[in-house]
Every structure is written in structure tokens, then in C-alpha cells.
Design a protein around this ligand. Structure first.
Ligand SMILES: C[S@@+](CC[C@H](N)C(=O)[O-])C[C@H]1O[C@@H](n2cnc3c(N)ncnc32)[C@H](O)[C@@H]1O
Length: 365
């Protein structure tokens, strides 16, 4: 295929650099905006093309040496060649751009991005795949495995677990989740320090003496449990019954955990109030709009049903935790007639990767 010389203009979601040839976007992984590169086109479509980096002809001052021998082949990390400060700047900008372009928000109340104290050795779990004696991660843009002995973004305990797995004489084909601690087998945040910063941020946002919290997509109650002191009553919803089981284990009287689909259960709560004296509670919540709602959905964001239920429930405070700025932006766009966005704080839960975590807080207005 053709080799082209390009100036990289921007970094797209997912981490690839973007250059242009006669207006057409060409995506080149492992580049930085401002760099001059030559790249080989490997896939050409009508609207855009994909290329592989051949040479950096003029490099960015933000270019650094990657720490991982598999970087460039492994599908996990996209940013090890970029200084940490600049990774943070890219992520912050991408959140703002998504909210402006997709969310159509004019003034985005962006706060500083919260960095990760550990830039490597932060992951408290990984899932590796085993096939025909190869144990590791998928190659970039492929379902072929790359044999991995060590993952530098993972904590030492995780790498020890990987070494133990690799030392087993016959590892069956399949997927293996390796964890730093032998805890619950349910969803847990991946970077402990940044997860704690996210939880603390949420605790600071919520006023004391509130009547009701609904934590949708609550997992094992990571946020719910931290906010208990501020509410008379809390309701968590998650369809993972093991996570709900873990949340119920040490639950106090004021905690209710529902094992079910948020799509269905949030609409049910908006119909019934979800409380014992349903009608009067519902009226009270409606009249002073004193409900606080947290949503922390997977990357696909909120379904139309869930967005409808949010509007119907009319929480006074809506806290949206997202791992995908474009779907966050789409959802906030749908909600912006009813809600004023008070603040948007990106967090770097996943250094060296292109993943971005964001907390947005909004009030009914
Ligand atoms: C990003 S995690 C958030 C977990 C939790 N907030 C925490 O911090 O540990 C998303 C959670 O949503 C749950 N989930 C995804 N889709 C769901 C749905 N339609 N209904 C209920 N739970 C869902 C998953 O089981 C997972 O626990």
C-alpha cells in the first residue's frame, strides 16, 4: 500500500493520531499532534484511512520512551510514548470537545483532570487469555494473542499471579482474571487510588441530611456505602446478583439493593416511588425534588428508557459517572432541557491507555 507523509493534527478518541491527505482523515497510532510522520496506509475507506507508523520525522517534545516491551503490538496501551502531563491534557480536551460537539453544551464547566498517583503498576486486575499454550492479551485491532510475561501497568501482585499461571504445566484454553487481592468476583474499580478520589469527590458533592439516594448500576455498592451517612434511605440497582449479594452482606436497615435491569427497575421506581408508603413518598420527592440519583453505566451509556425514567424521576441532583465521554455527551444532550450541568471532572483511571473516566454533576433547573 501507499506511504504518505503527514502532519498529525489531533488525537482521536481511542488514541490514534489524525493527519489529513486532501482533507481526508488518516488515523495513525502511536503519534502525537504536531509531529511529522511517514505512514503506510493499510486500510482505505471513502471517508477515512488507517495507516501504520513507519517513521517519526519530526517528533513532539512530549514524546517519551515507552516502558513496556510489548507496546506497539499489544492492544492494551495507546499512550506510553506520550509524557504523562500530555496524556492528561489530551484526555481533558477530549472530554470538553465531546461535550461541546456531541453534547451541544455551550459552556462546559470543566474542572481539572484528577491524575493517577501511579502512572504504571496501578491495575489491580487483568484478564488474560490462553490459547494453544500462548497466555497474554490480544494484539491491537485483532483477536490474535500476544504472549505476555509481564504487564507494567499492572500491580506487582497481579504480575505475580500471571507468573504463577504461566508456571502451571497445562493451562486450559480460556479467560483468566488475575487480581491483586482475593476479594469478591464482582465489578470493582481498576485503579484503587483514582477510584478512591472519585468516591471522595462524590462524597464532597452531596449535601448532608438528604432523604433518598438511588444508585443505578451500583455494583457491590462502592458509592452507596460511602454516602450512607448523608441519606435517610438508599436504593442500589445492579443486574449482577453476585454484586448485589456482596452489597447486601453488611447492609444496614436503610439500604435496599435490587438485583435487576436498570432499564426496568428505574422505571418501576419512578412509577411507584419504590418506597413503602409509595404515594406520599413519591409526592414528597416530587414536591421538593429531593432525590439524588447516581448513574454509573457501562460504556454504552443510558438507554432511551433510562433517560426517560431519569426525566420522570426528576432528581434534584444527578451524578453521572462515565467511562465513555461520547455516550455521556449524548445523554447529557438529551437531559439538558431539564438539567443544568454544574461540573465535569475527568479522572485518569487508566494511565497509558486512551480510556477516560468522567464525573458530571447536574441539578434540576
Ligand atoms: C461501570 S460498573 C459500575 C459499578 C459501581 N458503580 C462501582 O463503582 O463499583 C457498571 C455496572 O453496571 C452493571 N450493569 C450494566 N448494565 C446494567 C443494566 N442494564 N442493569 C443493571 N445493571 C447493569 C454491571 O453489572 C456493573 O456492575
Amino acid at each position: 500500500m501507499r506511504v504518505v507523509d503527514l502532519e498529525i493534527e489531533d488525537i482521536a478518541f481511542g488514541g490514534k493520531g489524525v493527519g489529513r491527505e486532501q482533507g481526508k482523515a488518516i488515523f495513525v497510532p502511536y503519534t502525537i499532534e504536531g509531529e511529522l510522520v511517514s505512514a503506510e496506509i493499510v486500510r482505505e475507506k471513502k471517508q477515512f484511512a488507517e495507516a501504520e507508523l513507519i517513521e517519526v520525522k519530526q517528533s513532539s517534545p512530549d514524546r517519551v520512551e515507552p516502558q513496556c516491551p510489548y507496546f506497539g503490538r499489544c492492544g492494551g496501551c495507546a499512550y506510553q510514548h506520550i509524557s504523562y502531563e500530555h496524556q492528561l491534557a489530551i484526555k481533558w480536551r477530549q472530554v470538553r470537545d465531546a461535550l461541546q460537539r456531541i453534547g451541544k453544551l455551550k459552556d462546559v464547566p470543566m474542572r481539572s483532570i484528577i491524575p493517577s498517583p501511579r502512572q504504571y503498576a496501578y491495575r489491580n486486575r487483568i484478564t488474560v487469555h490462553a490459547q494453544d499454550g500462548v497466555i497474554g492479551f490480544f494484539r491491537r485491532d485483532s483477536h490474535r494473542l500476544i504472549d505476555i510475561e509481564q504487564c507494567p501497568i499492572s500491580r506487582d501482585e497481579v504480575n505475580l499471579a500471571l507468573a504463577d499461571l504461566r508456571a502451571e504445566p497445562h493451562v486450559r484454553d480460556g479467560h483468566y482474571t488475575l487480581r491483586a487481592s482475593v476479594g469478591a468476583r464482582v465489578f470493582s474499580q481498576t485503579n484503587d487510588e483514582v477510584a478512591n478520589a472519585l468516591r471522595d469527590l462524590m462524597v464532597d458533592l452531596v449535601l448532608p441530611n438528604q432523604p433518598l439516594l438511588i444508585d443505578a448500576y451500583c455494583g457491590a455498592g462502592f458509592f452507596t456505602k460511602a454516602l450512607l451517612d448523608k441519606f435517610e434511605r438508599v436504593i442500589g440497582i445492579d443486574w449482577d446478583k453476585f454484586a448485589i449479594g456482596a452489597a447486601r452482606e453488611n447492609a444496614t436497615e436503610k439500604e435496599t439493593y435490587i438485583a435487576g435491569d436498570v432499564d426496568v427497575e428505574l422505571a418501576n421506581l419512578s412509577r411507584s416511588g419504590g418506597l413503602q408508603s409509595a404515594e406520599s413518598d413519591k409526592q414528597r420527592l416530587r414536591s421538593d425534588r429531593s432525590l439524588t440519583l447516581i448513574v454509573d453505566p457501562p460504556a454504552i451509556g443510558l438507554s432511551e428508557n433510562v433517560r426517560k425514567a431519569v426525566i420522570d424521576l426528576a432528581p434534584r441532583t444527578l451524578i453521572y459517572v462515565s467511562c465513555n465521554p461520547p455516550t455521556l455527551a449524548r445523554d447529557l444532550r438529551e437531559l439538558q432541557d431539564k438539567y443544568v450541568i454544574d461540573l465535569v471532572t475527568p479522572l485518569d483511571m487508566f494511565p497509558q491507555t486512551a480510556e477516560i473516566e468522567v464525573l458530571a454533576s447536574a441539578s434540576y433547573g
